[in-house]
Design a protein around this ligand. Structure first.
Ligand code: PHE
Ligand code: NA
Length: 501
């Protein structure tokens, strides 16, 4: 008989792992800038609305599907309804694309923790990053010119990750999160306190928190809030379905979800304070307005922050804390996305944990190591992130909620399941949010994304490049999902549909 499905040995470990997944690069380098650009202090209102009306209700949806049907995304959706299996595979493939480039960012950050000590970039952080470190090619494309200072740290990231994953849910994933998450919180709090003592910190915080109330009339600001919340909570692409499938049968789902959601938001707001205190320092030191130095994403982490590290007192400490936080936050998220893929193949083919993990993660690591530590890796990363992570996720989430609510009419069933297990009960309001408000918000954002992405060449890259690695890849995932769902379930697979009708 196939081994019984592993479960988290305690609810605490599930919560830690779910927070580890949610708290990622997005909290540190994305939220501060999104909030600043979209109304500063006033952004808190659309942010909270999005959290309460879309983020948390969707998180509960993921939990209810994973926990009720006790399977990886493809198996859980299949048990919900046979025809829904491709949704699960779509989520698996999105996770695959994210995983292959996420490892590259973690590797850069690890190198930058070291560079903070050696001050490798001198006084030209931007030139150093693109030329001396990444050796970025002039033209976006596909080159196989490897950059060893990216390749080797990436290899290390993959080895550490695979070792953790092979050990399984309790000995690997739980343990890693139980060690990394507390460390991350301690490092990050020290980082924020150190930033608050920098000259100019208050100017930075003023810029961050000053509310622009007019922004609330701008629909784009509301879309930004919803978009960020979906991304930040990692909802609707399989992660939370997978993790909750490892919960014991009697578990308080909604109570756990609230803890995860508020911990994630608490971390982002802390990050906003730390990042803008540091940017305030940079603005005072360079005599530029905060507006001119503020940025997010790769520019914030690998251009602005190194500059701050060079100029701040105890800059090396600041740098090690910042880049160390990116590494830790990233690792726990990478583990969670890989688990979606591992669990899916383990279920479908009936393999053991070890076999499934090795057979799935080694090829993924190889693909990642062939494509990203190259002189064109950053272009590929940029385009896949924009099309799959920002646009594909929205499309997948929209299809998922429509199929589950209007298509299959499953919400009452799932609501019942939530209420049977949980302390915080869901009423009709939950069904209205998930089946009505969420699809409308997602639909609006998706149309917006399609319009912007088709009106100009993304990032100024050649049309063929965005065509293949952007639109092409996003479309290929859907085709791939259908094909994967057509593969018959292995003899030893843990299908057992009947038990779940
Ligand atoms: N939720 C993570 C964050 O806020 C992002 C993430 C994306 C995590 C994909 C896992 C997978 O950064
Ligand atoms: Na997050």
């Amino acid at each position: 008989a196939p081994a019984r499905r592993e479960t988290f040995s305690s609810r605490r470990l599930f919560i830690l792992s779910a927070i580890g997944s949610a708290v990622g690069l997005g909290n540190i380098w994305r939220f501060p800038y999104v909030a600043y650009e979209n109304g500063g202090g006033a952004f808190l209102i659309p942010y909270l609305v999005a959290l309460l009306c879309a983020g948390i209700p969707l998180l509960f949806l993921d939990y209810s599907i994973g926990h009720r049907f006790r399977g990886s995304a493809p198996l859980a959706y299949r048990r919900l309804h046979r025809a829904a299996e491709p949704i699960g595979w779509w989520q698996v493939l999105i996770c695959f694309v994210i995983a292959v480039y996420y490892a590259a960012i973690i590797a850069w950050a690890a190198m930058y923790a070291w560079f903070s000590i050696t001050q490798a970039w001198g006084d030209d952080a931007e030139g150093f990053f693109f030329n001396n470190y990444l050796h970025t090619a002039d033209q976006a494309g596909l080159s196989f010119d490897f950059v060893s200072s990216v390749f080797f740290p990436m290899l290390a990231v993959w080895i550490v990750t695979i070792v953790i994953m092979v050990a399984g849910v309790n000995k690997g994933i739980s343990r890693a999160n139980a060690v990394i998450l507390p460390l991350l919180v301690v490092m990050f709090v020290i980082l924020v306190v150190q930033s608050l003592f920098l000259d100019g910190a208050m100017e930075g915080l003023n810029a961050f928190f000053t509310p622009n109330w007019d922004s609330l009339q701008n629909p784009g600001v509301w879309a930004a809030a919803f978009g960020h919340i979906f991304f930040s909570l990692s909802v609707a692409f399989g992660i939370m379905v997978t993790y909750s499938s490892y919960l014991k049968r009697k578990t308080d789902l909604t109570g756990s979800g609230m803890v995860v959601a508020f911990a994630n938001s608490g971390f982002e707001i802390l990050a906003g304070i730390g990042v803008f205190a540091a940017l305030g320092f940079m603005s005072v030191a360079s005599g530029q307005a905060v507006d001119e130095v503020a940025s997010g994403g790769i520019g914030l982490a690998f251009v602005a922050f190194p500059t701050i590290v060079s100029e701040a007192p105890f800059g090396a400490v600041l740098g090690v804390l910042f880049f160390g936080s990116l590494v830790f936050a990233g690792l726990t998220s990478l583990i969670s996305i890989l688990e979606v893929i591992v669990a899916a193949f383990q279920d479908k083919l009936g393999w053991s944990r070890k076999a499934a993990t090795l057979v799935v993660t080694i090829p993924i690591a190889l693909i990642s190591l062939i494509l990203f530590p190259t002189t064109t890796g950053i272009h590929l990363l940029d385009t896949s992130d924009a099309f799959v992570n920002q646009f594909g996720i929205l499309a997948c989430a929209l299809v998922t909620v429509i199929v589950v609510s209007a298509g299959l009419g499953s919400l009452p069933r799932l609501q019942k399941h939530l209420n049977r297990t949980s302390t915080v009960k869901m009423g009709a309001g939950w069904r209205i949010l998930v089946g009505g408000i969420v699809p409308v918000a997602l639909g609006y954002m998706l149309i917006n994304e399609i319009q912007t992405k088709s009106s100009e060449q993304y990032s100024g890259y050649p049309a063929w490049f965005n065509g293949v690695f952007g639109w092409g890849m996003a479309g290929a995932l859907i085709v791939g999902a259908v094909l994967l769902s057509l593969i018959p379930w292995g003899e030893k697979s843990k299908l057992k549909d009947a038990e779940y009708e």
